[in-house]
Design a protein around this ligand. Sequence first.
Ligand code: CTP
Length: 402
Amino acid sequence: MSILNNRRIVLGVCGSIAAYKVAELARRLTQGGAQVDVIMTEAAQQLVGKATFQALTGRPVFDDMWSLPEHHMVEHIALAVQAHMVVIAPATANTLARIATGMCDDLLTTTVLATTAPVLCVPAMNVQMYAAAATQENIAILRGRGFSVLEPEEGPMAEPMVGKGRLPEPETIEGEIRSLLGKHHGALRGRRVVVTAGATREPIDPIRFISNRSSGMMGYALATAARDMGADVTLISGPTSLKTPSAMTFVPVETALEMRDAVEAACSQAHILIMNAAVADFRPESVHDQKIKKNGTDGLTLNLVRNPDILGELAYRHNLFKVGFAAETENMLENAQDKLERKELHMIVANHAVATMAQSMIQVTLIDRNGATTSLPQQSKQQTAIAILDAIVTRLSPYIST
Ligand code: CTP
């Protein structure tokens, strides 16, 4: 089930031109199952209408402490008390300053002062206003008090100016919200999870390489689901056409050797490794400096050498919960069982390579170290990722200390 499901999120919208982008965020959170209570400052209402947020969240929009619906009158801090999270997006320099000084002269600042829920501020403003010492000091104060602050992005602004101050995309903010909710309520909070994804590329010459059909979709779904369950995620990925998920450490690699180094480094502190990448087993013995020319020959022989078995090399790490994938074209369960034992894994996910690579749906069978076999239904890679992580959570404790 989505980490957003039945969560009460207060979304404070301030008067920055980026306020219109937050309508999409409100829609995404609502669709994800959250109950979104929008509070608009006076300035925000000059830029976007209340009706937009009312329609997208299916709930009344709050703007004034003194005109709350009757049942809210008795306790005007009800929103603060019931919230699982407060998000201020866009957060203007003015609102950040007022929160930093503890002011509570409108409904949004009162709610922030009165809540014990995590607060995420997403500043968006003019480049100079963001860089101003006062704003930076206010942000530092808020961070020091445990607020989360998502850095604005660099790029063209509404006014003819380029720089840091842009509101991140709604999808990025949503990822941050999911991660923070996960860190408070998720089953993997406090865990460091490394996920590998995609195919490696083994260069032949400057423009050619050996690779495979892995799209990276399953690995990205696993990394995102682990983030939503509260884990600190490192996603190590071969080249893919997928969007980099937010609120995690992303390590792009190309070759199996680069992936090995990245996995080794990330796993030194990790609790769980999910090795979903389709690592090329072989690489050309040498890489030509220049493009290989035909030069009138009829054929070409490439000498290939074995790549290291990244998972196999970590067999000695008994305090790392290791999950492998076995994408097979025949004898699926026997081959998967063999890999589980050979690489000393805690669990292996067996699937049919041809039927699942680059597809959005997948059917997998989980085999654990005790021989228990669980066949999951054919479902989306996102649903499968959640089911795999649930299975990991229930098997974790004998191997990993809390
Ligand atoms: N794997 C790895 N390093 C490699 C090859 C594979 O870490 N050089 C990992 C994969 O990420 C996967 C698991 O090992 O989690 C099984 O990968 P697979 O390619 O199915 O098996 P191989 O070990 O390559 O064995 P085979 O060639 O017999 O299929």
